[in-house]
Structure formats: C-alpha cells, structure tokens
Ligand binder design. Structure first.
Ligand SMILES: Cc1cc2nc3c(=O)[nH]c(=O)nc-3n(C[C@H](O)[C@H](O)[C@H](O)COP(=O)(O)OP(=O)(O)OC[C@H]3O[C@@H](n4cnc5c(N)ncnc54)[C@H](O)[C@@H]3O)c2cc1C
Length: 483
C-alpha cells in the first residue's frame, strides 16, 4: 500500500514506482513516478510546477508556462483530456459560447488561432461566430495536448490535500501519489453554487432536487410531464432550459429569481467599438453616470460594456469597500445581465419558448422548498399559494468562500495556507495571483481582488502574466539555497 499518509518526505521513488505498477499505470509515462525515480537516481529533483485543475484555467496556464519558462509542469486533474472543464466539458452541441470566436483564442499574441484551428477541421466559423461549447472544449484540449511533452505532463488524479515542506509544496492525491513542486498553482474553477437557504434539509436529499445541473446525468430524471422550477434566471438557467426542451415537454418550465432578469442578447452584428476611458472613483454614482452618458451620446450599450469590461478590475479596485458592497447589493445583477450575454440563436430560442408558454420567467422571493407527500417538491414564494413541482434545479451562481470551496480548499483555509479575499468572493492574492510564496491561483477563484476573473480573455491574460512572473528554476534554487 502506498504512502498517502506517511510523514512528510518519506514517500520515496521506489514506493511510487511499485504503486504505479500495481495499479497498472505505466511508470514511464506517469510523471510523478518517473520524476521521483529520476530524482532518486540522480540525487536531485527537477524544478517542478504543479497545477491542480484541468479546466480552461489549468490548461492555459500549463501551456503558457511550457512556452515561456524552463520549469517542468505537472497538471493534476481527474479528466482524461485537460482543457474542457465545467464550461466546455459537459456542454451539448446546442450550448453555444456566449462570446464571439474573435475573443476566444488561447493565445493573446495570436488572435486568429481559434479560427485557423476551426478552418483546418472544416468547422464553419468567422470572427463573429458563437461556436458550440463542445467544439471550443476540443480546441482547448488540443492546445494542452500540443504543448504536452517532456516538460509538461498530465497526472490523472484528484488532489486530496496540500502541505508545505520547506520551500516546496506536497500534493497528495487519490491515486496514492505525492507530487512535490517548488510552485503550486490552484486552478479549481468557481466555488460550488450555493443552495438557497429556503431549501430545507429534507428537500436537499430528495430525488426531485438537483443541486448541480452540471453533474453527469443530473437532468436525466427530470420529468417532462410535471412543472419544473429553475432557481435562477442567468446563463445556467438558460443552458438548463435549452437542454430540458430539446424534446417536447408536456409541462412548462419556470425560472425564478429575485428580479426575474434574463441575460441580454448580443446584437446580431457587433456594435461599433467605442473609445471610452473611464476614470476610477471611490464611489459608484460617478461611474454609473459616466456609462449612462456614453450611451446617451450614441454608443451602443453592448459596446460600452465591452470597453468597460477591460477596465473593470481597475475601476473595482478604485472603489472603497462600502461602494463595492453597494455594487454587489444593487448593481451586480444589472452588470451581469449586460456583461454575460446570450448568443443571438440562443436568445431567439428562449424568446420562442417564452412566447409558446413552455418557459415562464418570473421574479419572487423563495421562502421554502420541502418534499411533497404526493411526490416532487412543494415550493412557497412570498405572497403566492404553494405550488408542487416535479423537480427543482439550482441554477444560481457560485457560492461564497470558504464554505462553498470543496474539501481541498477547505483544508487549505483551515491550515491557514489561504485566506478569503474581499467580500469572500475568492481567495486573496497579490497582483500576479500569488497567495503566499510559491502558491498561486488562476481563474474564477481570484474574484474579489479582481472583478473580471471568469471569462477566457481574462483567464488567458492571468495565465500569461503568471508564467512571466515565475522565477526561472535556476533563480529559484539560488534563492532557496541562500535563504
Ligand atoms: C456554463 C459556462 C459557460 C461559459 N461560457 C463562456 C464563454 O462563452 N466565453 C467565456 O469567455 N467564458 C465562458 N465561461 C467562463 C469561463 O470560460 C469558465 O469559467 C472557465 O472555463 C473556468 O475554467 P476553470 O479551469 O477555472 O474552472 P473549471 O472549468 O471549473 O475547471 C476546474 C478544474 O479543476 C479540477 N479540480 C477541482 N478540484 C480538483 C481537485 N481536488 N484535484 C484535481 N482537480 C480538481 C476539475 O476537475 C476541473 O478540471 C463559461 C462558464 C460556464 C460555467
């Protein structure tokens, strides 16, 4: 049996080699094993960067490091092909990107790369296209695969715990292996969605309640002959509505949120870009006035959003804490519905569903959800009669940290290795994404310190900046040797 819980530093290469052979892994291609064996043979360990997480953030960061530095990188994630993650892995062909292809290249220095990749495969696309998300997932997976080689490899595993060991980090995982790295990058995606507190404990355990619509098979048992309630009216609710209406339904879907606001649609033809430099202020009102003025002066609102989105981190950082809180309370939802927009074909389908009565979008305050003795769930909305649904599906956004972070993150918070950033939206880091020496974050978990940290263009630039900020391995060894 392997050394998962052995004291630090005693998990040697022979044990790893033996364990890999026992579980049928090829010890030559299993990076952790191979390098530990090599280290044991040569008496020195190669400089290693470990990345935990194989979605867009992990894959783009791995690729950027492989291209820009001499570190050897191990990406740890359970998927067979890193790159797709939650957004582009479980998606169906009717789930389209909510950004145009022009914005989605994996390489900021080569904006045409995605379009070339499509062309080479006979996939029709131009700069203004909204590609199917599974196609984009294949593209990201290809980007990782083509960067993989002697200096970049994938260790297929789920990380269980992280601990520091002098200047290194040790990651233990569910295969029993330990990965030692000088630098560790967490690319774990969003915290899990928060189940609304109105959903009682018994309802949470009921088969009619779906806590995570992205879990494999989560929507398979949702009945077509009974009303279904979606908790949330954002892009996740749209995705779920598209999936549940692929086949005709005998009973309608309802989507409920406090304001009942749906994401806006992209204009069919991109609006002309605006030249707008917004000055940072400590309070919110001047910013909102400035944006309204730009629209009043004739700019299309979507072009204003597209410009301001690239200034959002600077503007967010300029607000004082009270103004940030006011934004979260009063303006966040308005920002989101204008910023995260539906592709035009998706918007057209949603309009058709609403017009036919197959989808009802409404506002209201959920007060309780409990099992109904007749089956399904009984839902109460403030000021309305209770109503029975065949299924209730959580379509809300990510929950706050640390409670929504999953066991690995929770352990790191408990051990004092991480602390939450502003408003508990993410993890606190410096401007390059470093939470403490040698421990880095990339992707949505940096929200709070940053405002825009979710979409591919922002993740891509975080990945490139992180790769540039890593010291070269020789420099790292010199620093730790003289420290
Ligand atoms: C439905 C949806 C649609 C989107 N559409 C767009 C779009 O059109 N355009 C755009 O720019 N952005 C879009 N985004 C936003 C953005 O692309 C995603 O947020 C981004 O892909 C996040 O990637 P990630 O790698 O950070 O997270 P994830 O995709 O969530 O990946 C997290 C990874 O971490 C791994 N992991 C977690 N815990 C462990 C562990 N303990 N050990 C090992 N591995 C672990 C998971 O297996 C997974 O590989 C979309 C997001 C979603 C959710």
């Amino acid at each position: 049996m392997l050394c998962r819980y052995r004291p630090k530093g005693v998990c040697d290469a022979n044990l790893l080699y033996q364990a890999a052979t026992e579980r049928g892994a090829d010890p030559v291609t299993s990076t952790v094993v191979r390098d530990s064996v090599a280290a044991a043979r040569t008496g020195r360990e190669p400089g290693t960067v470990a990345i935990i997480g194989g979605g867009a953030s992990g894959a783009l960061t791995a690729r950027a490091i492989a291209r820009n530095s001499a570190w050897r990188t191990v990406l740890i994630s359970p998927e067979s092909r890193p790159g797709r993650g939650v957004a582009y892995g479980p998606a169906e062909e009717w789930h389209l990107l909510n950004s145009r292809a022009a914005a989605m290249s994996a390489d900021s220095t080569d904006p045409q790369q995605l379009l070339r990749w499509c062309r080479e495969r006979g996939i029709p696309a131009d700069a203004a296209s909204f590609l199917p998300r599974p196609v984009y997932g294949d593209y990201l997976a290809d980007q990782f695969a083509s960067a993989a080689g002697p200096r970049l490899s994938h260790h297929r595993a789920t990380a269980l715990a992280v601990r520091p060991d002098g200047p290194r980090w040790i990651v233990t995982d569910d295969t029993g292996a330990e990965t030692r790295a000088e630098h560790l990058i967490l690319a774990l995606g969003n915290p899990a969605p928060c189940v609304p507190s109105a959903v009682g404990d018994e309802a949470r355990d009921d088969v009619a309640f779906v806590a995570d619509p992205w879990a494999p098979g989560a929507l398979d048992a949702v009945p077509a002959d009974q009303p279904v309630l979606l908790l949330g009216t954002g892009l996740t609710a749209i995705d779920v509505a598209l999936t549940l209406t692929r086949d005709p339904r005998a009973a309608p879907l309802e989507a409920l949120s406090r304001r009942g606001m749906l994401p806006r649609a992209h204009p069919a033809v991109p609006a002309p870009a605006v030249d707008l430099e917004v000055e940072a202020t400590q309070s919110l009102s001047p910013l909102i006035r400035r944006l309204r003025q730009a629209v009043a002066d004739g700019a299309h609102w979507s072009a204003v959003m597209d410009t301001v989105r690239h200034q959002a981190d600077r503007l967010w950082a300029g607000l004082d804490t009270a103004a940030q809180e006011r934004f979260l309370r009063h303006a966040q939802r308005y920002w989101e519905v204008h910023r995260h927009r539906m592709a035009p074909p998706v918007a057209a389908r949603i309009t058709a569903l609403r017009d036919s009565g197959a989808l009802r979008v409404r506002s209201g305050r959920l007060t309780s959800v409990e099992p109904d003795p007749r089956g399904g769930l009984l839902v109460r909305v403030e000021g309305e009669q209770p109503k029975r649904y065949g299924a209730v599906i959580t379509c809300t956004g990510p929950g706050p940290l640390p409670c929504s972070g999953g066991p690995l993150l929770k352990g790191m918070f408990d051990d004092g290795l991480l602390r939450t950033g502003p408003h508990a939206l993410g993890v606190d880091t410096d401007d390059d994404g470093q939470a403490r020496p040698g421990l880095w974050l990339v992707g949505p978990l940096r929200r709070g310190r940053l405002w825009e940290s979710t979409a591919v263009p922002e993740i891509r630039s975080q990945a490139e900046r992180l790769a540039a900020a890593l010291p070269e391995p020789a420099e790292h060894h010199l620093r730790t040797a003289t420290a």
